[in-house]
Design a protein around this ligand. Structure first.
Ligand code: CMP
Length: 223
């Protein structure tokens, strides 16, 4: 991806002028990570910010019994690793490649310098962090207030919105979806079958299509 493409896809850089983006590109390195490789370890010291140029990563917490909860799935144009650079605390979670990824890596000093030299980047950063906090708030609310069926329905709506329509490509397996909503693979699969039998979603080998958005919203507890 060249700097023009990335500029268009990275909300963090969207308010920056050409010169500022070029500065960031000069300072950044590109690195490739194969599927399943851990990119950041929870509790490690943070020394860089990452931008996803291609591929998808998951932000994960693991329990002592090896159970995983996925806090977020990040794709092209998203960034991660900013928290420890900002608050000087250890990494807050693991970040793992869900598929082969190409990442742009900005070392701590370069990131902090870019923030100082390009104040518009701070605005983009604050906006993105507010959106993440909103999603995290939603997730906490959903875990406490909704049953599993409604959580699955909301996840389908969210994934469809992320992909800009009523169709989700099935690159995310059921066990990963379960880890995104604090449930089990079996429950997610059963809920998918129920929704499909009711004609609310249509499942094919490659896609899930929302055929009755109102019905899905109702199942999600959204009026
Ligand atoms: P850092 O704590 O440096 O390392 C782990 C990164 O995961 C963190 O920075 C954020 O970039 C990212 N992260 C942590 N929690 C969330 C979340 N709830 N949503 C999206 N990204 C997150």
């Amino acid at each position: 991806m060249n700097s023009d493409n990335l500029l268009a896809r990275v909300p963090l850089f969207e308010n920056l002028g050409r010169e500022d983006v070029d500065k960031i590109f000069k300072a950044a390195r590109r690195r490739n990570y194969p599927k399943n490789q851990v990119i950041l370890f929870e509790d490690d010291h943070g020394d860089a910010l990452y931008v996803v140029a291609t591929g998808q990563v998951k932000v994960v917490l693991t329990g002592e019994n090896g159970r995983e909860v996925i806090l977020s799935v990040l794709g092209e144009g998203d960034f991660f690793g900013e928290m420890s650079l900002i608050d000087d605390e250890p990494r807050s979670a693991h970040v793992i490649a869900m598929e082969d990824c190409e990442l742009l890596v900005l070392l701590r000093d370069d990131f902090l310098r870019c923030l100082k030299e390009a104040p518009d980047m701070s605005v983009g950063l604050l906006r993105a962090m507010s959106q993440r906090l909103r999603r995290a708030d939603d997730k906490i609310g959903n875990l406490v207030l909704l049953d599993v069926g409604a959580r699955v329905a909301r996840l389908i709506l969210q994934l469809a919105d992320d992909q800009g329509g009523d169709t989700i490509n099935r690159s995310i397996p059921h066990n990963t979806m379960a880890q995104m909503i604090g449930s089990s693979r079996e429950t997610v699969s059963r809920t998918f079958r129920d929704l499909s039998e009711k004609g609310i979603i249509e499942i094919t080998r490659e896609t899930i299509v929302i055929s009755d958005r109102e019905g899905l919203k109702q199942a999600a507890g959204i009026k």
